[in-house]
Design a protein around this ligand. Structure first.
Ligand code: GLY
Length: 374
């Protein structure tokens, strides 16, 4: 593809129509999570894994912006598929039911008014609300014996609770979301706008204990994807509540994120490393932040909007020109250069389905797509 000098979201969506049509054939019935840089083949991850909603979410957006039935047909069954895990002995359903059901059941309901989508979305919200710890005012992360852990990523999952309060008119979901967000401001966001990945509390008393680096380099580092989750999550929380503390938190995180971007505007996997030489990027963090920055731009006064829009467009243009697979028709992903979990040595410099999802989501927003799931 020739280099774009200026971002052209509508033109890119036309290209994506062809690309995603091909991906449907290539991916078939698999549940894609990671595609290797060389092989270009998406894996088949179990659909209880936290990333299972992103491929169908991408398909739903493509259906909504093009009206083409092939996208709807490929997306339709996914919320039913993921729902089956509620009845099985899954260790993988946890706080991330937000990611999994917002981009399947909730988006399906918003686009098609499907009553099963509505029912499954509310069921997932009930499950998420059930993970709230009222002593520490946080939604518990993951499973196992870490009863007192919460993570910054969950700022995205709480949109499921705001949505559930809207559709049921029951404010309890919203109360939980706001309390969790308050806790995340207090312990998850640092003065300089960088974030902690994991914060830990005594699950009995609710007292704060400590923060961990998690998927970032260290307890005091700046995991770029976590920063993107925080930026986007607090922007949404402001939109849902109108409470300016959440807006100011989103802005603070955005300022740190933008200031820490390298020359090509696509983040390294962590913003605070002793050296960046040879370190991988995380294009998924760039795509998530771009979509969040577009949201933030819509929430700030008119004279400030350009700052966030300019940053979003710069990231998206670089992703398009430097990280796209446009010239590799056999490659099953859209973006290269993502990093899943560097400290664990997992998914380094690969393609990740959530990078593809948020890239498409951001371009759809810039082309006038109006539905919002977060
Ligand atoms: N939610 C986990 C991650 O961002 O990798």
């Amino acid at each position: 593809m020739t280099i774009m000098t200026e971002l052209q979201p509508k033109l890119l969506l036309e290209r994506l129509e062809e690309k995603v049509g091909r991906m449907i054939q290539q991916i078939g019935g698999r549940c894609p999570h990671t595609a290797g840089k060389e092989s270009g083949i998406y894996d088949n991850t179990s659909s209880d894994w936290w990333t299972s909603g992103f491929w169908p979410g991408l398909l739903w957006i493509m259906y909504d912006v093009t009206g083409k039935e092939q996208f709807k047909d490929a997306a339709w069954d996914w919320d039913a598929n993921i729902e089956t895990w509620f009845e099985k002995e899954s260790q993988e359903l946890h706080h991330d039911v937000g990611f999994q059901f917002l981009s399947t059941a909730v988006l399906k309901y918003k686009i098609t008014a499907d009553r099963d989508g509505l029912r499954r979305g509310i069921k997932a919200a009930n499950y998420l609300a059930g993970r709230f710890n009222p002593a520490g005012n946080f939604i518990r992360a993951w499973n196992g014996d870490k009863y007192g852990w919460a993570i910054i990523d969950c700022m995205m999952n709480i949109s499921l609770l705001f949505w559930a309060s809207e559709v049921t008119q029951d404010p309890r979901y919203r109360h939980i979301a706001v309390r969790h967000a308050d806790t995340a401001i207090q312990y998850g966001v640092r003065e300089d706008g960088s974030v902690n990945h994991i914060i830990s509390f005594d699950p009995q008393s609710g007292a704060f204990i400590e923060a961990f680096g998690g998927q970032g380099d260290a307890a005091d580092s700046g995991w770029s994807r976590g920063t993107a989750w925080g930026l986007y999550g607090f922007a949404n929380t402001y939109r849902h509540t109108g409470d300016v503390r959440f807006l100011n938190t989103a802005k603070k995180i955005a300022h740190f994120f933008i200031a820490a971007l390298p020359n090509d505007f696509v983040p390294y996997w962590d913003f605070r490393l002793s050296s960046f030489a040879g370190e991988p990027r995380d294009s998924s963090a760039g795509a998530i932040a771009a979509s969040g920055l577009i949201e933030l731009a819509a929430l700030v006064p008119g004279k400030e909007q350009w700052m966030y829009m300019q940053a979003a467009e710069r990231i998206l243009l670089s992703l398009t020109n430097n990280y796209g697979t446009w010239d590799q028709p056999d490659h099953q992903a859209i973006l290269l250069g993502a990093t899943g979990h560097k400290p664990a040595g997992a998914a380094i410099d690969v393609s990740l389905i959530y990078g593809d999802y948020y890239y498409v989501e951001a371009l759809a927003k810039l082309s006038g797509w109006k539905h919002r799931i977060y």
